[in-house]
Design a protein around this ligand. Structure first.
Ligand code: IVH
Length: 669
């Protein structure tokens, strides 16, 4: 065995070599050793670090392969707020933006930098003394999620800055994304495995970044482009954005080289047109051009609004549009029974993708656009979303067919159709095979019961053979029944039964999500579970109370109460419990939060905190915020010039807090 001193030296050498080859490969596109030779260096380093763990630093390239899974993504407060950008698709609005700035800065002409607006996930990377110590998603702009181990796996993110001298602290912002070829490759692999695949590279990147297990992130080849220094200490802040980009490049970041300094707004608008053309051939997705004042001093002079700086504008691309003919109109039935009219089109190429269907959303949309079979229409495809019909195009002298109307019976099960606002729903519920099949697929999916081996084909035959009439019937399946199905042998039948049995032990949020309540995705299901802690409590919650939960609005509340007031749904839920499904409450519920059950009312001008911030602080700690004072109010927070609410509080003997008292309460004293 080597002594510590020589091991340390060798580790240093190996790190340096690997970093150099990473740069050559990922940044300079000029690899100088074979993959095998590279792997050999990495393996040697791994062995040394295993033998001498205290030399295994955070900036070691071995961290690129991922770390053991974490239980959650902890919150990370940004060093500086991550603002967003005002955006427009209109060149005239860009000119108006320029005019405002010229007026404010008293200049005839402003130098801008224009660069692609990358369509990925925005990240903040913090380097302390040159070493990457934290990476966070944008979140709400103030606090994001800590995704450090995941970001360490991204090869184009330097683990250590290479410029000399390094700043003591620097916070860098940029975009993580999946290049198009890798996105297609990932989706191909996923569909081969029977997984649904991602709708677009952006979702795929978000999914990869938010993994608890960074080894999964490491297997999804993300790339990172840096574009902003948000904060720098111990080194001079570059006076212009162009110089900032150069400095980022010196630090070892990858900078996309399509940026341009522009003398005046017209050059930036021209650049937008050039990029719009070049876009189709780029190996990654962009959705516009970011136009920014180049001089930092000018930026400081115009400042920022609460959400976005005054010195920058996103000039986005128009969504891709094309014209084609409607050959037919079909009606699809979704998991929740919603009927969606879909225009079946004469296939047309829209920005490189063949489109043969476009959604008409609902009956109201269809009626407003008055689209009929045989009509000529303009359609659009905006990257991630399903192609949609924008409008009908009048064709002179054309004889049109009659207006299309939504069917009165479900096209799948024949049950009566009911209109609800702009939408139509099949009333067949779980007796509608379209709904049942999709509901079961949803019920068994990864984020829900996660029943391995229950594929789409199996579910289809089970429903067609009437083995399943509801999701609860899954727990009544047995070996004999399964063996009736094509493709099942004893082994596979037993495996499936075992997976079903295992799934009974389920966390409450997954259970709630699995029910397929309209408007209740994984996130909302988690909120409900955390707030109420039990299925019974969720099922009994009145709408007014649901609305008081942060992020839950009237529409979601109505879906939840609607679901649990439906006899058939209650039966299914009971049936699941009878079958031995046991939803486990979250370990920490909202009832354990410090302000659980406390009702707050705000009045007057709150100094030092916005109303919405104050509200979310209360809600985050389990409290409720309402607008009027009653005997049920626990605290009234009075800012300056409080009005009648304050008086009423005094009358009712409700505790009145000053803004300082409130802040120390929510700050945990
Ligand atoms: S500059 C103050 N440059 O677009 C904001 N942003 O809503 C400074 N984005 O999430 C951002 N490409 O992360 C800038 N070249 C680029 C960008 C870019 C993509 C993202 C940004 C933000 C969104 C704007």
């Amino acid at each position: 065995m080597m002594d510590r001193k020589s091991a340390e030296k060798r580790i240093g050498e190996l790190k340096e070599q690997i970093e150099r080859h990473d740069r050559l490969y990922y940044i300079d596109n000029n690899p100088q050793i074979s993959d095998a030779a590279y792997d050999e260096l990495l393996r040697e380093l791994e062995e040394f670090e295993e033998a001498f763990p205290d030399f295994a630093a955070d900036d070691s390239p071995t961290k690129r392969v991922g770390a053991p899974p974490r239980s959650s993504l902890p919150p990370a407060r940004h060093l500086m707020p991550m603002l967003s950008l005002d955006s427009t698709t209109s060149a005239d609005e860009a000119r108006a933006f320029d005019e405002r700035l010229r007026k404010a800065l008293e200049k005839d002409r402003i130098a801008y930098t224009a660069e692609p607006k990358f369509d990925g996930i925005s990240l903040e990377l913090v380097y302390e003394n040159g070493v990457l110590t934290r990476a966070a998603t944008r979140g709400d702009g103030t606090t994001g999620e800590d995704v450090t181990p995941n970001v360490r796996t991204i090869r184009s993110v330097p683990l250590r800055l290479s410029d000399d001298p390094v700043p003591s602290l620097v916070s860098v912002r940029g975009e993580a994304f999946l290049p198009l070829d890798r996105f297609r490759e990932l989706n191909r692999r996923m569909t081969e495995r029977g997984e649904p695949g991602f709708a677009n590279p952006r979702n795929a990147a978000a999914g990869a970044l938010r993994q608890l297990d960074s080894r999964i992130t490491a297997s999804r080849p993300l790339t990172f482009f840096a574009y902003e220094i948000m904060k720098i200490e111990g080194a001079p802040d570059p006076p212009t954005h162009s110089e900032e980009l150069d400095l980022l490049s010196d630090f070892g970041f990858v900078i996309d080289n399509h940026w341009k300094t522009c003398d005046g707004i017209e050059e930036a608008i021209d650049f937008h047109a050039v990029l719009a053309e070049a876009r189709e051939a780029l190996p990654f997705e962009i959705d516009g051009v970011v136009i920014e004042v180049d001089s930092k001093r000018d930026r400081d002079a115009v400042g920022a609004r609460s959400r976005s700086p005054r010195w920058a504008l996103a000039l986005k691309f128009e969504p891709r549009r094309e014209i084609t003919d409607v050959e037919d109109i079909a009606v699809g039935v979704g998991r929740t029974g919603k009927l969606t009219p879909v225009a079946l089109l004469k296939p047309v190429d829209v920005g490189g993708v063949t489109v043969s269907r476009a959604t008409l959303h609902n009956a109201r949309d269809l009626e407003r656009k008055d689209v009929r079979i045989g009509d000529r229409v303009r359609i659009k495809r905006a990257g991630d979303v399903i192609p949609a019909v924008i409008e009908r195009i009048e064709v002179a002298g054309q004889k049109r067919s009659g207006p299309f109307s939504m069917p009165s019976a479900c096209p799948v099960c024949g049950s009566p159709v009911e209109a609800e606002g702009a939408n139509h729903y099949c009333t067949g519920g779980l007796s509608c095979p379209a709904q049942l099949k999709r509901r079961i697929m949803h019920f068994a999916s990864k984020g829900a019961f996660d029943i391995e081996g229950l594929g789409e084909k199996t579910v289809e035959s089970m429903v067609d053979l009437e083995m399943l009439g509801s999701v609860a019937d899954l727990f009544r399946l047995n070996r004999d029944k399964l063996l009736e199905l094509e493709g099942f042998a004893e082994k596979s039948a037993d495996n499936l039964l075992e997976a079903i049995e295992r799934s009974k032990d389920i966390a409450l949020p997954r259970f709630v999500y699995a029910l397929g309540i309209r408007n209740v995705g994984e996130h909302v299901a988690g909120l409900l579970a955390l707030h109420y802690g039990s299925l019974e409590a969720i099922a009994a919650a009145p709408a007014e109370e649901l609305i008081s939960i942060r992020e839950i609005g009237p529409e979601v509340a109505a879906s939840v109460t609607g679901f649990f007031s439906n006899e058939r749904n209650r039966k299914t839920v009971d049936d699941l419990l009878v079958q031995g499904v046991a939803p486990k409450p979250p370990e920490r519920t909202a009832a354990d939060l410090p302000l659980a059950g406390k009702a707050f009312v705000f009045t007057g001008a709150l100094e030092g905190i916005t109303r919405s911030e104050a509200k979310s602080r209360v809600q985050a700690l389990g409290g409720r915020v309402s607008s009027s004072v009653s005997a049920k109010t626990d605290y009234v927070v009075a800012g300056s010039d409080p009005g009648s609410k304050h008086e009423k509080a005094l009358r009712l003997g409700v505790i009145v807090l000053s803004i300082d008292e409130f802040l120390s309460l929510v700050e945990g004293d």
